[in-house]
Design a protein around this ligand. Structure first.
Ligand SMILES: *[C@@H]1O[C@H](CO)[C@@H](O)[C@H](O)[C@H]1NC(C)=O
Ligand SMILES: *[C@@H]1O[C@H](CO)[C@@H](O)[C@H](O)[C@H]1NC(C)=O
Ligand SMILES: *[C@@H]1O[C@H](CO)[C@@H](O)[C@H](O)[C@H]1NC(C)=O
Ligand SMILES: *[C@@H]1O[C@H](CO)[C@@H](O)[C@H](O)[C@H]1NC(C)=O
Ligand SMILES: *[C@@H]1O[C@H](CO)[C@@H](O)[C@H](O)[C@H]1NC(C)=O
Ligand SMILES: *[C@@H]1O[C@H](CO)[C@@H](O)[C@H](O)[C@H]1NC(C)=O
Ligand SMILES: *[C@@H]1O[C@H](CO)[C@@H](O)[C@H](O)[C@H]1NC(C)=O
Ligand SMILES: *[C@@H]1O[C@H](CO)[C@@H](O)[C@H](O)[C@H]1NC(C)=O
Length: 439
């Protein structure tokens, strides 16, 4: 990335001089190291993917295959070596981010059915005094359409895996391309959704988001189902999921994750596109039922509806925000805060269809109507400007950082969550500045 800035009139003299802002003095590096090894040359101790010390974050299926945006794997380990063997369902070349403890993210592309050495004696930080003892290893898949399958985890002979406690706070983000980091430089790891949860710190997170998906249950941009339906399933709406599961995906077992404390919903930008033929009434009905479903699964969760900026357009000699479903989303918010809703004890079925078999062991959770309001509205107007949107209609990295920052402050003010990320990086490769010290 190379920025050209012409200072000219700003400095008050007429000049054609320009100064190049280099990113740390160089162009951003993207040739990630190849971490594939020949496992037979090592003396490893192997652990199966169902080892109880392995904590899967986000949605992984019964084959230990990852889905949706930024799914992760976390565990503690002793020794100085971690290798992971990836299974045959791994999408070849999938870019993962991984790190130990509070070190910066590292990146590598995963090869199908190969063993990757991800931690070794040359890993930065491995010899440093470790306040987190033993070391913690974490990986996250950066792209939504690709997934990795964990076949086994290897440590040095005699070393052991350690179960890392969950953070007590949990966030779920339900969304489309905007929440999955589509067109941001590191995709899921550059998204506002990741930045919100990781930026708050000490927070578990799952990002059930997929580009192009509608809230309404219909085909949108090639995705066979809408979130109203798919949120209840382990796999997403990708071509990959259709190849593996066709029309019978695994039902998501919500007991595999901690109940969410906060749920953010950013859905409707695809429904709003005339191409997808979603009606206002249909959008409101299914979005409302999705909120009821989330409330049934996690009765204590506070649910935040994010308003849609839906792009910007040139207006006269300036710019304006398009917006979408402004009245609709606000009406859903007022519906859930209406005293007649809050005092209505009639039960309803939150499930997406009569065909849906509840993943909950009997009895299914009863959809209890709350006495207290649990639905909130987050107004995005004024956060993004026209140049925070890239040429492909999605937030730039800076746009994502702005959204994440405002959401973090909203969570602090509204729900009293303190900011507990106090050092280790959240957004990777955002450290660029102007190296020029004289003009
Ligand atoms: C893991 O799976 C194997 C067989 O697939 C089984 O024998 C073992 O008990 C399982 N371990 C755990 C911790 O569930
Ligand atoms: C690694 O993944 C990135 C992101 O998908 C991709 O741009 C790059 O070409 C991949 N590199 C290799 C060597 O496969
Ligand atoms: C850690 O220590 C070992 C042994 O002294 C050394 O070979 C290795 O390079 C060190 N690693 C780092 C990242 O400094
Ligand atoms: C973290 O939470 C998940 C979901 O509740 C659970 O399966 C896992 O065992 C928890 N991990 C620990 C270390 O308690
Ligand atoms: C939208 O409706 C039109 C007219 O009924 C139809 O031709 C078109 O296929 C529909 N598009 C989608 C994406 O459903
Ligand atoms: C009470 O809830 C039921 C089930 O959701 C609904 O059908 C009914 O219209 C509601 N009544 C009022 C007065 O809102
Ligand atoms: C229920 O499943 C049947 C058979 O797969 C299908 O034809 C029908 O459309 C489904 N109904 C709903 C409401 O999804
Ligand atoms: C959202 O914020 C904008 C700008 O402050 C304001 O004009 C608009 O009324 C707000 N929308 C709602 C529903 O509060």
């Amino acid at each position: 990335m190379r920025f050209l800035v012409v200072w000219g009139s700003f400095l008050g003299f007429i000049s054609f001089a320009s100064s190049t802002i280099l990113q740390n003095g160089q162009v951003r590096i993207t040739n990630y190291p190849n971490t594939v090894i020949d496992a037979s040359a090592y003396q490893f101790q192997s652990f199966s993917p169902n080892a109880s010390e392995l904590s899967y974050k986000g949605r992984w299926d019964s084959k230990y295959l990852s889905w949706w945006s930024a799914p992760g794997l976390k565990f503690g380990f002793t020794g100085q070596q971690v290798a992971i063997t990836f299974g045959p369902l791994t999408s070849d070349k999938t870019l993962i981010a991984y790190r130990i403890d509070g070190q910066d993210w590292q990146l590598t592309n995963i090869t199908t059915s190969a063993t990757h050495l991800l931690v070794s004696p040359s890993t930065p930080g491995i010899n440093l005094t470790n306040p987190i003892n033993p070391s913690t290893f974490e990986l996250r898949v950066t792209n939504w359409a690709y997934g990795v399958q964990i076949a086994s985890v290897q440590l040095s002979k005699g070393e052991k895996l350690v179960k890392i406690p969950n953070f007590s706070r949990t966030i779920e983000v339900i969304g489309d391309s905007l929440s999955s980091g589509d067109f941001a430089t590191l995709e899921g790891l550059s998204s506002y959704a990741y930045g919100l949860a990781a930026g708050l710190g000490n927070t578990e997170y799952s990002i059930t988001a997929y580009p192009g998906i509608c809230a309404f249950d219909k085909e949108c941009w090639g995705n066979p189902r809408g979130m109203f339906h798919q949120w209840w399933y382990t796999s997403d709406v990708s071509w990959r999921a259709t190849q593996i599961y066709n029309t019978t995906p695994e039902i998501w077992d919500f007991t595999k994750q901690q109940p969410a404390d906060l749920v953010f919903i950013n859905l409707g930008t695809n429904d709003a596109n005339a191409h997808n033929n979603v009606t206002s009434a249909g959008y409101v009905e299914q979005y409302t039922k999705l909120v009821e479903g989330v409330h049934t699964v996690w009765p204590k969760a506070q649910i935040v509806l994010i308003s849609l900026w839906n792009g910007f357009y040139a207006s006269g000699n300036s710019y304006a925000q398009s917006g979408a479903w402004g009245n609709e989303i606000h009406s859903i918010y007022t519906h859930f805060n209406d005293p007649s809703y809050l005092s209505n004890s009639t039960s309803y079925s939150p499930f997406p269809s009569t065909n849906y078999s509840s993943p909950f062991s009997s009895p299914s959770p009863s959809p209890s109507k709350p006495a207290e309001p649990f639905v909130h509205y987050f107004n995005t107007t004024g956060i993004l400007q026209h140049n925070d949107i890239g040429p492909q209609w999605h937030p730039t990295d800076v746009g994502h950082v702005k959204l994440a920052s405002h959401l973090i402050e909203f969570v602090r003010i509204k729900f009293g969550w303190e900011l507990e990320a106090t050092g280790p990086e959240v957004f990777h490769q955002t450290e660029y500045w102007n190296d020029e010290d004289s003009y």
